[in-house]
Design a protein around this ligand. Structure first.
Ligand SMILES: [Zn+2]
Length: 333
């Protein structure tokens, strides 16, 4: 380091009042807490959240994801559909997940992936699993980013599915140009714009508790819902938005995200959730676990998706601790 540069650094350090500095040790202690909570189960969540990189072209779901594109080479994304619980079906690609929750009165689709995945993964997937796309009654979207919502307009126009989205994300979606990838859903009677108070979507014998968890987007939704594992009820916590790479020094956004994770963790604990799901396989290992479901279980062995309630809490600890570390790091810049 040249002498003048060293002087500049020293002068800057002296000029900052002690109270405005974030001791490196504090950031490190949050990262250490996240790493411990992540263990081997949530390593990808840990590295992506604790060491976020600004995404090229701005936040995900920005203009780049709205441009219609042909499907990438099928060999890099296609995955077979799998039944993972008695009434829950995985319809994802190897990277992104869509889910079908079967109720006594039809299907609820959770997240819809890219437009090019609608036919091969969601529609053909349902058919392969002996379910009918005509039974889709609701589509619940975790947030309005193209990797999770491009299929929704098709499911709405073809099958009359009602669309559930966070209010701010609905508003943003309706402002899209009509020629965006996958098209734009319409908001009509029966479609639901969820506000900060959250809501419950009930179809037949199944209710999805919707928790408003802004942060990743202004209207991100997360869920708590029951599934059955060989007849036994198991509670699922579904984390609707993960990355924080676009937050920069916006303290309010960091705080909103951290608060959302706390509230969702509390809701998961109150419900006794022992399964954590996400819309990216990277974070919940859905693709791996979906294939494991088909492997014969030993006596007493749980469904591979059942992580236990402590593990579910650990997931949210990773999110909170990494977000806190990243916030401190960004504020200190
Ligand atoms: Zn997103």
């Amino acid at each position: 380091m040249k002498a003048y540069a060293l002087f500049t650094v020293l002068a800057a350090a002296i000029a900052i009042p002690a109270t405005a500095q974030t001791p490196l040790g504090e950031i490190d202690s949050h990262i250490a807490a996240a790493k411990t909570a992540a263990g081997l189960d949530y390593r990808a969540t840990f590295v992506n959240l604790c060491f976020p990189t600004p995404l090229p072209g701005g936040p995900r779901g920005g203009a780049a994801l709205l441009i219609p594109r042909p499907a990438p080479d099928r060999g890099i994304w296609y995955a077979s559909p799998y039944q993972v619980f008695d009434n829950l079906y995985w319809l994802g690609t190897r990277q992104h997940s869509s889910w079908a929750l079967k109720t006594s009165a039809g299907l609820i689709i959770i997240d819809t992936n890219f437009a090019w995945a609608t036919q091969p993964e969601i529609l053909d997937g349902l058919t392969k699993l002996h379910l009918s796309p005509r039974d889709i009654k609701y589509v619940i979207l975790s947030h309005a980013h193209g990797d999770h919502d491009q299929g929704v307009a098709t499911l709405q126009s073809k099958f009359g599915a009602k669309v559930v989205m966070g209010g701010p994300d609905w508003d943003a979606t309706l402002k899209r140009a009509p020629d965006v990838a996958g098209g734009v859903p319409v908001r009509g009677p029966g479609d639901i714009a969820v506000g900060p108070e959250g809501t419950k979507v009930t179809l037949g014998d199944t209710a999805v508790d919707i928790v408003f968890t802004p942060g990743h987007t202004p209207g991100t939704l997360s869920y708590i819902f029951p599934v059955k594992d060989k007849g036994k009820t198991v509670m699922v916590a579904y984390s609707g938005g993960t990355l924080t790479g676009a937050f920069g020094s916006d303290a309010k956004r960091w705080d909103e995200y951290i608060d959302s994770q706390k509230r969702l963790a509390q809701a998961a604990a109150a419900a006794g959730a022992s399964v954590i799901l996400s819309n990216h396989s990277e974070y919940d290992n859905a693709y791996t676990k979906a294939r494991l479901v088909g492997v014969k279980r030993e006596v007493g062995e749980d469904n591979p998706f059942i992580a236990g309630s402590q593990s579910v809490q650990n997931y949210f600890t990773v999110m909170q601790e990494c977000a806190t570390a990243s916030k401190l790091r960004n504020m200190a810049k």
